[in-house]
Ligand binder design. Sequence first.
Ligand code: ARG
Length: 609
Amino acid sequence: DCKNDPSMLAAVNSVFYNAVAAFVPEMAHTLGRLVEKSKMLKNGDYQCKEAMPLFAQLKAKGALPAGVNSPVQVAQAIVANIPKDNEVVDMDSINVNGPGFILCRVKKEYLEYHLNTVMNSSIDGADPKLPLPKSVLEKPETVVVDFSSPNIAKEMHVGHLRSTIIGEAVCRILEFTGADVKRINHVGDWGTQFGMLITYLKEAFPTFGHSDDDVDIGGLTAFYKKAKMRFDEDADFKKTSQLNVVKLQAGDEECRKIWQKLCDISRIEFEKVYKRLDITLEECGESFYNPKIPAVIEEFEEKKLIQVEEGGAKCVFVPKHKIPLMLQKSDGGFGYDSTDMTALKYRLNDLAATRLVYITDFTQGDHFDMCFRAADKAGWVEPKKHRLEHIGFGTVQGEDGKRFKTRSGETVRLVDLLDEAVKRMEESLMERINEKKAVITEDQVPEVASAMGYGAVKYFDLRRNPTSNYKFSYDEMLDTRGNTAIYLLYAHARLESIISKGLADHKIDVNEIIKNKSVKITLDHPAERNLALHLHMFADMIEEVLQDLYPYRVCDFLYALSNAVSDFVTKCKVLGSPEMESRLLLCRSSAIVMRQCFELLAIRHVDRI
Ligand code: ARG
């Protein structure tokens, strides 16, 4: 029945499963996944490495069949058990390598069958939805993704940009597979910095709250700096600030009003960035959890997990960490740890999430590891049911390899960075128009440039393992060749241009063909076969990316697919060839899979450039 499973990996695996099970029937129930995608596609599509561990197990049990004395012979015995007339694996392609690796290719007919049935039936119509592997559909989850999470009254910085970009992709990937995703913006809207901000606002804008006019406090960053200056230079100011924190937390009306005002101003700024980048988030900041904190501390106390330090701070020690989590400070206040433990419980209980994902820079790795361990100690986590993860990303550096700064040494403002990418993209598109290479007209430049510019910034970040640091380079991210969004978007536009020429010059409408099922895709050229193989691996890639939620897996797949597309359109004539209809269908399938990947990465695609 894996014939209709979009996962080719599952289909190949079941062939090998049957072959191995026939070889060791008594072990059939212990077998896990036996096959993986080959690391080198030129040697084979899939590989099975089971012969080595199987040989070792049989040898240890003294159960090796007569005549089988090496892993290679185990591999050969497995191969001998694969039925010659199976529908999936190409028997001529099988070869046993090295110490006992079995490499194989998928039958051309199977690839054709898949494209013509599973794939084309699911992409029929205006809103194609690519098929998902059965293994994925079986377990839809409720997932909380905590991302972006900037701090009120402070500018969003490059670190928040990484969290935002990665988080959006993670959410889209999860949503695509049917998960119920809660996209949480855990904004820093609570904490001691509000004392000084409130004090400063009262001092600098005494009419606030007393007249009906709304005061304009100007840029928040400048406001924050001035408040900080007063805080550092004036002891009375500092004292008043500390009192104001207490007043705010106790619900004092005036303090709350000012706090609300600061949050509102920040929110407007954050929203501007989210809107530009197509980011969807639901704000549920630190302040939301504040009233729920005492009950959590009580629970830890009841469970005898609190250690009271000298001075009165309430701490929780967890395995593998020398410093504790602090649930309550010695002055009675709550901090980052208190809030996160309360949020964690809320997400597991009230939101009924089975998977919690936090996306911040790597320096917070220990913090989250401690939170997860404390939650475990409190008995909140069921290992079979829950999964708690922190995706910690590296730093963004300037082209000199140092901390990312402007020429004058200021931290780079996110909005300026995005503006610059779009501006450069506009210049390059105008150049194309002047050289008469472009299909678009001048008035379309702003829209296309922002899709490509934002896409380039996002892809440059997403395409690598999040744990790595990287150097921010416009030249590199806007390169039309290489692993960039620009290259990918051009490859996609090229497909669309072939498809529209097919309609305009040859009167072939691929959508009609699919609807009428009048033509089938055939894969006789190696470049066609290679492209089809990549298209099929989409489902396997989705299954893989669900494990660790690293969006670079989507990027790697998309880049490899684009290379297969380029190879195909270079080597196989589409328009006017005898295979024109089949090849146009192949173009369309490729464009759809590419668009799905862009969608997962929150990159806007363009059809014409
Ligand atoms: N506001 C924090 C920061 O800017 C990130 C919050 C991450 N989420 C959390 N639940 N702690 O560093």
